[in-house]
Write a protein that binds this ligand. Sequence first.
Ligand SMILES: [Ca+2]
Length: 544
Amino acid sequence: MRSSVRSVPPAPRLLSTALLAVGLLGSALAAPLCRAPANLIPNAGFEGGAFSPGGRPTGWEFESWSTTALGTWDNTTAHSGRRSVRIDARSPDDALWRQPVAAPVNVPLFLGGWIKSDNVQRGADQPGSPGATVSVLGRWDQPAPTLGTTPWHAVGMSFLSDTSPLLVAPRLGFWGGLASGTAWYDDLVLVPRVADAPHPRWKILLLVYPQTDAVITRPDGSPRHVQGTSSSAELTKTAEQARLFVERDIPALTSGNMLPTLTIRHARQPMKTLSPVGEGWWPAQGDVLSELDPAFDSVIVVWDPRVKDVATGESLWIGGGAGLTQARGVSQTYTTMSVEYAGVNGHRNVYKHEWGHSILSYFEALQQTPQPTVNNHATASQYVNCKTGQYYVWQDETEAQPIPNSIYSNTAGFTHDYYSGTVARAEAPQTCLGIGPQAWAWGGPVTHSGSAPVFTAAERVGALIGQVSALQTAGILGPRPAQVLQAELQAARLVLRIPRASAQARWPLAVFSRHVQALVARGQLLPQAGTLLIEAATAASGCV
Ligand SMILES: [Ca+2]
């Protein structure tokens, strides 16, 4: 089995210590999908079956590892309809409802559902317990944990499987992760993910820890209490540079294929624990768990490794590198950066390099990029552009001194080409590798067709309006042409609201596509970005 995520224990495959060296336009869509793919789980809302207290919804079986938990078909609580299933475990257990479900193999799938919980607790010595969860028996994948008392909320996860049927299991506890309490489950969904246009936009969280206040352990085993604080000028610069990275660099580096959004948060507490790495420390996911938010495709943690020993006053740098990124399969990507490399250093090369690791490993796990996966710890003679055969200028650049075709240039060069799917190994110079439009069309670990579907004509036009505005923010499209394109899309949106006239929406969409073509012809829009907009407009038109 090619496992996409191994969650116990996530052996930290650290990808990098940001070593700073001091045809393409194929269609992602054959025919547009105009409504969500059918849910593969029969009786996913637990409504079907002849109800009786102590009965079972059609298709579902209950089991309790300890045999002490109770599984109840509940007709008093539901997310939708009138019924749900409930699990009560007075003592820590791995208890579940299960149903075998036929599913396609070796394609990305999304399993989601709604959970409500009452006093769900991890068992003693079960720190990895997901609490209440949805799972596939025989797999380690887990969505974000549900613990304590919570209202109905959505959970979900992506995975690839090479077997069918799958034993879909709403569950309280896990192998080696027992849990107690009460949880309800309703409206499960299992759907194949699909490539779509416009491309789903990633949500990126910049999680800043202005303060470090941690006890680290020296090699001799003795503890050391250290403290450090970033200046407000550094934090301001970090926020500014992160915004430029997400809203300008990523759209440029991906040739308009990915237009992510950024949220910046400051942690509510200092960085209190760190994990050893090499000769230093870093904030592993376990160290920032209380601030991690499963709603984001990517998390970038910025922290301060410049500290003082509280006891001796000695100044120390305790980091493990400029940045560290962990391979996380098809789950939310995770990158950390030292604050000195996040803004005040005059370039965004560490962002480009580290986030580059995370997207390369994500798409490798998703199996949607050509093999072999690009290694971004490369050397000058290793890669070329797959269209021109040209080698790259292997030099770092700064904002003040950009170098054309260099490693971190936004418009051409190694990083640009692997973010855009136009890089090749020097020994096979015409085989394009990296992350091209076909890959970006699958979306991110969290935001994709399964969790955030955009299928109807109206939804597609709405998404296109967002894309045009993001292209403008990125500086890829000027304000005046953006205004013209938005007017066409708004016209299409208005017409789509009139039931008997909705077919007329094809006209403004056709005009939109012609305008896009004209902008590309006049050099006012990147050809790749133009192709994507036309593809998305054509899909919207096809769904009218
Ligand atoms: Ca229901």
